[in-house]
Design a protein around this ligand. Structure first.
Ligand code: GDP
Ligand code: MG
Length: 206
């Protein structure tokens, strides 16, 4: 793999399969030139889900709680009344339970996508965590509507179709958690090989 290339984990959550959006998501990631280097369909075990959403990652747990608190503040909803706490970490732990339940509820498609700045590029295509904030043109913006408030009311994780690694550390951890080395493949996409020589012959003349 080139030094500038990255690998990132993408998981199509169970509702992406039930909604028939698998092809649409893959199409969008392929379209920008990212390379699919690993793919499998699995029913996630509780053990894998626990490792994927580790309780030890305080920042991540707290981050989910903060999203709830921001959403509630916007809507003028009192978190203590709704969830009996206004502590971001405690709310995050609650959300994490719903997330584990969601990701283990049905089969998922797990994929590894590779390319320059693949982590950031995939996040851009996927869009904001909260579908109500995800821009049109992003997968979440085009195909989902949900909010922390609605999801928390239903005691479930926000339905935003996709998981995508958020940064390099997360990507490295998640790719090796979900895929063995021999499940990842190397090949070149046509656009990576010299397009001049493809169009005009080896000497670039005809
Ligand atoms: P992501 O990286 O954009 O997926 O967002 P996070 O890593 O912060 O959160 C992981 C997942 O938890 C999200 O994709 C949502 O499905 C869910 N989630 C995040 N924040 C909330 C929230 O405030 N309430 C609920 N119910 N679910 C949330
Ligand atoms: Mg995340």
């Amino acid at each position: 793999m080139d030094k500038l290339e990255e690998r990132t984990l993408v998981i199509l959550k169970p509702h992406t399969l039930t909604r028939g959006l698998v092809g649409e998501v893959i199409h969008r990631l392929e379209n920008v030139g990212l390379k699919l280097v690993g793919i499998k369909m699995i029913k996630v075990s509780k053990e894998l889900a626990d490792k994927h959403y580790p309780l030890s990652r305080q920042e991540f747990i707290e981050g989910m709680g903060k999203k709830t608190l921001e959403n509630y503040a916007q809507l003028g909803v009192d978190p203590v009344k709704e969830l009996k706490t206004a502590d971001a970490y405690e709310i995050g732990k609650l959300v994490r339970q719903w997330l584990v339940k969601m990701i283990t509820a049905g089969p998922v498609i797990a994929m590894v996508w590779q390319g320059p700045s693949a982590i950031e590029v995939v996040r851009k295509i996927v869009g904001h965590t909260l579908p109500s904030k995800a821009a049109p043109g992003t997968i979440r913006g085009d195909f989902s509507y949900d909010s922390s408030y609605l999801a928390n009311k239903g005691k479930r994780a926000i339905k935003n179709l996709i998981h995508a690694s958020g940064n390099l550390d997360e990507a490295n951890y998640e790719v090796s958690l979900w895929f063995k080395d021999n499940e990842l493949y190397q090949y070149s996409r046509d656009m990576e090989t010299n397009s001049i020589s493809r169009l005009f012959g080896k000497n670039g003349k005809d």
